[in-house]
Design a protein around this ligand. Sequence first.
Ligand SMILES: Cc1ncc(COP(=O)(O)O)c(C=O)c1O
Length: 409
Amino acid sequence: MVPWHIHAGPGAGMPCHPWNRAMTKKSLQTALIHTDYTPPAGFGAYPPAIHHASTVLFESVAALRSGQWKDKSAYTYGLHGTPTTFTLEARLAEIEGGTQCLLAPSGLAAISMIDFGLLKSGDGVLLPDNVYNPNRELGRWLSADFGIEARYYDPLIGAGIAELIAPNTRLVWTEAPGSVSMEVPDLRSICAAAHARGALVALDNTWSAGLALRGFDVGVDIVMTALTKYQSGGSDVLMGAVVTREQAVHDRIAMAHMRLGMGVSADDAYLVMRGLPTMKLRFEAHDASARKVAAWLQARPEIARVLHPAFPDCPGHEHWRRDFTGAGGLFSVIFDARYSEEQTDRFVDSLALFGLGYSWGGPNSLVVPYRMGTIRRDWQGKGTLVRFNIGLEETDDLIADIAQALGKL
Ligand SMILES: Cc1ncc(COP(=O)(O)O)c(C=O)c1O
C-alpha cells in the first residue's frame, strides 16, 4: 500500500489531501519523518522544480520491479534521473538537435562516459592533436591500462583521416575548434571517412555551446558539451552533456552512465537551466566583444598571430565559414618570437581585468598562457601562446587593460 504522503509536492493528477483530513495517529518521532500534508495540486511557475532525491518512491512492487531506468519512462533512483534532470536533458537534446541526452558531473566526465560506453579492449580511438588536454590524457590511460589503442591525428587532416582508420577503429574524436590552438577541422570530411569505415564520430562542441555549430548537421554521431561554460554562464557549476540521435548509441553510453554512477545534483541542474534562456544573448555579446579585442590585438606589433576561427588566417578558417554561424568569446594569440616566456608571463601578470584561470563562458574575462611545446609535438619554436576568454565587461575597458599590460612586456 502506498502511503499517500509520498505524493507530496505539486502535480496535477496527484491526490490532494487538505489540512482538515483526519490525521493518521503517530508518535512524535514518526511525525518528524512522515507528514500527512500534501500541498494543493495545480501550482505553476516558469522555473522548473528542483527535486532532490537519492531514494525514489515506487507506487507498487510491480513498479519497483519493472526496472525502467533506461528509457526514462519512470523514476527508479536519484542517480538515474528526476523530473529536474530529465527536463534539462530534454532541453539540451533539443538545443543540439538530437533526440537523447545524458548528464555527467563535468565535461570531462561526459567525455569519459562516451569512451567507456563505446570502447572495449582491442578497439582503437583517434583523437586530434589539439584535443582538450585531459581528453588526450584519458586516451593515454585507455592505451596504457585498458587495452584500447589511442592514436592522435593532425586536426587539419580532413579526408586524409581515412588512412588512419584501422579495422579496429570504433571512435573518432573531434573538437571544433581545438580550444587552445584553435584549428577548425573539416568535420564533414572526417565524418564521411569515419562512417565509410564503420567508425562513430564524437564532437566536443563546447566552444560553440550548440549555438554556433550544429554537430548533427555536419554528420557527427555524438555531441558532447561542457555545460560548465556558456550554458551555466556563471562560472559556478561543473556539468557535461552527451547528446545523440541513434537510440543504439545512446543505450551504450547510458550503460556507462549507469555503471560509472554519473549523477548530477538537482541544484546544479537547476543552475544550468537558469542560464539557458539568456545563453544565446550572452554568447553573441561574448562573440562581438571578442572579435573587437582580437582585431585590436592583430594590429599590435607584439602579436605575431591571432588564432580566432572567424579570422581568415586562423588554420581551418574556411571550415568555420562553411559550418559555423558564430564564435563566442574564446581565442588565442601568439606573441612575436622576440619576446621571452618571462616577458609574456609579465604581460599576463600585469592584466587587471582578466583573471588568470581556466575555463570560459562566464561573465569574467580570463587569460591563460600555455607552454604549447610541452603539449604538442609540432609546436616547437612557434612563440608563446596566450588564450583569452572575453567576458561581458565593457570591451574598451578590456582593450585598455591589455594595452597597459603590453606596455609591461
Ligand atoms: C573543450 C573542452 N572540453 C571539455 C572540457 C571539460 O569540461 P569540465 O571542466 O566541465 O570538465 C573543457 C574544460 O575546460 C574544455 O575546454
